[in-house]
Structures are given as structure tokens and as C-alpha cells.
Design a protein around this ligand. Sequence first.
Ligand code: IMP
Length: 450
Amino acid sequence: MRKNSFAIIGGQFGDEGKGKIVDEICAALSRKHEKIIVYRWNGGANAGHTVIIGGQKIVLHNIPSGALTKGAIAILGKGMVIHPMDLLKELMDVTEKFGFPKNLIIDEMATLSLDTHRAFESALKEREEGGAGSTGRGIAPAYADIVLRHPVRMRDLVSENWEVILTKHYDLYASFTKGLGKDISEILVPTVSGQAKKMGSKETFLDQLMFARNLLLPFIKNVDGLLKENWIGTTPFVFEGAQGVGLDPRWGVYPDVTASETTFSGIHSSTEGLIDPVNIEYKIAVYKATYMSSVGKRVLPSKMKETLAEKIRKDANEFGATTGRPRDIYHIDIPALSYFKSVSRVTHMALTHLDVSYKSVPVALCVAYKVGGGEYVPYRPDQKYLDKVKPVYKSFQSWEGKNMRGATKFINLPKPAREYVKSLAKLLGLKTFMISTGPERNSLITFSPR
Ligand code: IMP
């Protein structure tokens, strides 16, 4: 086991509050260590990780949440798909609020996710339903480029013949959208601020990229040596995943899946086999403690009645950080979460949103699935299969959530909350690593020595 190594994934369907957990782990590590490495291995601008430091809130999309910690070297890994203009805008926001993140490195092998991908995704959406619920950030087409063997990477952007490579890329996507009956330059594509703009001509596309290229050049590097050297040494490593296991194309329910590897396995491929997640000491899944939320068409057996769902949505602001869409609310679904846990090889849990509880409403957990004849069945990533199963619920005594906000000791939590956390850990077969008790830094209960 590699000491001082931590990896964090979303244990549900994304939006579990990973940003805060990563930020807290990094902040704690930076009190004892001069240098830490924070590494993001998947996704791109589809993610929205909210961090609040000193009352200042920021939603990070590409930059790892721990990048704001003193002494952090933040790496945007090979497994990511990065939109250069979005990243620039994010860098500007971070700089304005927290100062320039000096130690930011973009792996030269990371794939570009461009307006061409967004335009194609938009044209495709009109033709077929597959990507209907996507964030529109061109994530799936950028990953598809890799398996189709024509990705454009960060190192292409900084190469001398970048214009030739990206002209070819634009022309390829123009023919894709032409085949779908659309002129690429006329297609509306989302920007990082959420507003849509016209894709524009090839010249505009290249001009924007040249601008981004010039500013990003100093950050784009080969990270191999740096990773190897520090992994062999004692520098703490924090690996930050985006999205959640329930959104993984292998383990989640179609069509509401993203394209990247959301489990710890993504660390292995992103670091080109250098870091095997088996050797990571703390493999932590983040869960919303009392409910789950997701966007899309999937319907899990544990869907919550709308009266309570609506209250939670309002109280916990359950609207997409990237898209603003209202999220569906579910009871904690143990069959699904146990499956996600085992395919990801999780060892610890970090809980958020434990304060979303109302004294008069018991916390109901879906503890098992049953089919017609009363036979217990497991979760499988298949909507048709899930449509046939019935949830089995177990109720737990609740507590008044708002009274425990900001608690820093487990013993100070209301007894039913403590009992609930212990039961959840037992049901999932995990050790408790951390409980977040509010959005601010330090509203936190920690369990593991660091
Ligand atoms: P894509 O990642 O834009 O391709 O979207 C595919 C699916 O994943 C859609 O259902 C999205 O809503 C969902 N998704 C992608 N990123 C996130 C996230 O960070 N949180 C929650 N859902 C996400």
C-alpha cells in the first residue's frame, strides 16, 4: 500500500459533494506536508465541483478542487477531455477569487474537447435520442475520437503544425454535421458560462484556439517523470474523480451515462499503468448520506415520492451545477450502491448532506430488490431489468438536520444520526472516512489519521 495516497470518486450519480471532500483532504495534508499532488483523471467541463473557501464560492469544471490548496501541484491527467477556452475562463475565475494557481500542469496527452464536438453532439441529439440528456459539453464525441483513432490532444495544440491538425479536425466534423443535415458554423454550442453561441467559421475556430494555445502553452507538459518520481517518494497524492460510478458507461444505466472511466480504474489508464489503484491506501466513495440525486431518464426502483423529493430539491438546491437542470431524487439504494462499490473496489465512505433530514420524516433506505415471486435480486445496469424489480425499504429514526450543521465531532451528532451512519457503513461494508456537516471548509468530522 502506498502511504499517504487518497482517491475520491462519486459513489452515486455525480454531484455528491466531492469537491468539498477533496478540498478538505488537501487542506489537512497541506498542514503537514510542503508539497502534495492532486490529480484529476476523467471527464471535463461536464463536471461541476463546488468549493467554498473563506466565504468565497467557486464551481470548478476542469481544475482539480485541491488546486486551491497551498503547496498543491494540480495535474489535469491524460484521461481528461479538456476544452481550452473553458479552461482559460476557469483559470481567470480562480485567479480573481483566490490568486493564480501557479502549480497547474496539463498532461500533454490529455484529449481536446472542442466546439466541434459540441456542435456534433447537438446535431446528433436532434437526430437520435442517445445523448438526449448529455450536458452538451461535447464529452462523448471527444472520447469517441480516441476509439475512432483520430483524437486531437494537448500536444497537438502546442505542436508547430497545430493549424494543419486542427483544420483537418474541423473539416472532419463539418462533414459529420453535414451528413446530419447541418452547417457546422451555424450550430449553437454552449459556453462555460452556460450561454450558447454560434460555432462559427473555421477561421474563428482557429483564432480562438490560437489565443488559448498561447496562454496555455506554459502549462502543457509531459507528466510521466513527475508522477513516477513522486509516487516512488513520499509526496501525498490525492486523485480526484469526476461524475459518479452510476454514470459510468460500464456500470450505469443507459442512456444516462457519461463516456469516461468514473471508477478508480481510470487512474490506472490515465497514468499509463504507472499507478495501480490497488496500491492506493484510501479509496473513498462520496455519498449523499440520506438520499441520492440524478438527472436523466433512468428510473431506479427507489424513486422517492414527489412531495418529499420536492422539499429536498428545494432545501438542498438539487439543480445541476453545470446545467441548472432539476435533479430526480431517490432513496438511498443499497443494491445499486453495493454494486457500484464492488466494481470500484471502494474501501471507505465520505458522507455529505447528512443535514438533509427532517425529524418528523423517518429516513427510508431501499435495502433490497425483489421480483414478482418474492425472490431477492441484485442491481444490474439495465433499465428493462430494473423496471421489473420492487424496492424493499427499511426505515431509520430521523433527526433535525439543521441543528447539526457545522458539527466537528461525531459524538456531537444527534444519536439517530450516529446510528444511521453506523448502519449505512455496515450495509455497504465500508469504513467511515469523513462526514461533511456543511458547505464551509472545516464543517467536518474526520475519522482517519492523516
Ligand atoms: P455527458 O457527460 O455530457 O456526456 O452526459 C452524459 C450523462 O451524464 C448525462 O445524463 C449527464 O447529465 C450526466 N452527467 C455528466 N456529468 C455529470 C456530473 O458531473 N454530475 C451529474 N451528472 C452528470
